[in-house]
Design a protein around this ligand. Structure first.
Ligand SMILES: O=P(O)(O)OC[C@H]1O[C@@H](O)[C@H](O)[C@@H]1O
Length: 306
């Protein structure tokens, strides 16, 4: 049995294959068959003692079942270590029962993976109130990588107007917005957001004067309904921003929403490769490869240099 391999679900197979090539590992696609009644059958490739399951978990419901089945097959075939590499980790936003009777989906999904794999690696997980990813996955290894170094590199390469203000849509975005702004030497501010419904938000800026006559760079972890991005763009235009661009980690929105963003005055939307999408422009390959180095050289938790 080989030592380490990457296997991926069909969605995102291109990203997984590229990552495997970068690390000099072999890659196989997990085959999915859908039966007439809606059930699925999963066929994995040959297991390695460490098998990395690459699956970005947008459109998650079928993928969760597919991972469970793949893990069952791989364990039975002798995989002693399973690493779930999920650049987008689903159901992290429902981290509380906001109304009586609601499930805390984050807890349920965390326990499911904790019972299924040995390590979870993800990117910009929506842990705005939970903070510690280890609390989501009790008893297993878990890491939440930041996409900001990759986003900063991409922006440096494409060039950024030094007058740009980096904008976060809400108070929770402050950690990544301030990180990106400091990497690029730019000013930043965050908006106040009130969510009225799944697709409806209100955005206002306490520091609107900072925005007048300057380009704005919106940064968000997720774009789903697009409500937040659109409302932010309108508020930025009202505040006098001269141009509005957006960079996001996880593009969950339907590609045809791009026209609506343009109509709201957004000049460009660029996303990381976390979720395959026409807006992908920022590869996560390097940060994912770095996170996997420890699996290859056997030193999973190298000493951090000060
Ligand atoms: O407004 P949509 O695009 O639906 O949802 C994305 C926003 O909702 C928040 O949880 C995310 O952090 C992001 O700001």
């Amino acid at each position: 049995m080989s030592k380490i391999v990457i296997q991926s679900l069909p969605t995102g197979a291109g990203d997984a294959k590229r990552l495997a090539a970068l690390l000099g590992l072999s890659w196989q696609e997990i085959a999915l068959h859908r039966f007439p009644d809606g059930e699925i059958r999963v066929t994995v490739g040959p297991a390695a003692s460490t098998t990395i399951l690459y699956a970005s978990l947008d459109q998650p419901n079928d993928k969760l079942i597919a991972i469970l089945f793949a893990a069952e097959a791989l364990r039975r075939a002798g995989a002693s270590r399973l690493v779930l590499l999920a650049p987008y980790l689903c159901y992290m936003r429902q981290d509380a029962a906001f109304h009586e009777g609601e499930a805390i989906s984050q807890k349920a999904v965390g326990r499911l993976f904790a019972a299924t794999v040995d390590r979870v690696i993800t990117v910009d997980a929506h842990l705005h109130r939970t903070h510690d990813i280890k609390a989501v996955f009790p008893g297993i290894e878990a890491e939440d990588l930041s996409a900001m170094p990759a986003i900063a590199d991409a922006l440096r390469k494409s060039g950024v107007d030094p007058a740009t203000v980096v904008i976060g849509p809400d108070a929770e975005s402050r950690p990544w917005v301030s990180d990106l702004a400091s990497r690029l030497g730019l000013a930043y501010t965050v908006a106040q957001k009130i969510r009225r419904g799944d697709r409806s938000v209100e955005i206002s800026f306490a520091e609107a004067a900072l925005l007048a006559g300057r380009p704005a760079l919106l940064v968000d972890d997720i774009v789903s309904s697009g409500g937040t991005l659109t409302a932010c763009a309108r508020a930025l235009k009202d505040a006098g921003a001269t141009a509005i661009d957006a960079v996001i980690t996880h593009a969950l929105f339907p590609p045809d929403m791009a026209a609506g963003f343009a109509a709201a005055g957004i000049r460009s939307v660029r996303s990381t490769s976390s979720v395959p999408h026409p807006s992908n422009a920022i590869p996560l390959d390097d940060i994912l490869a770095t996170a996997l180095h420890g699996e290859i050289d056997g030193k999973r938790f190298p000493e951090k240099t000060p």
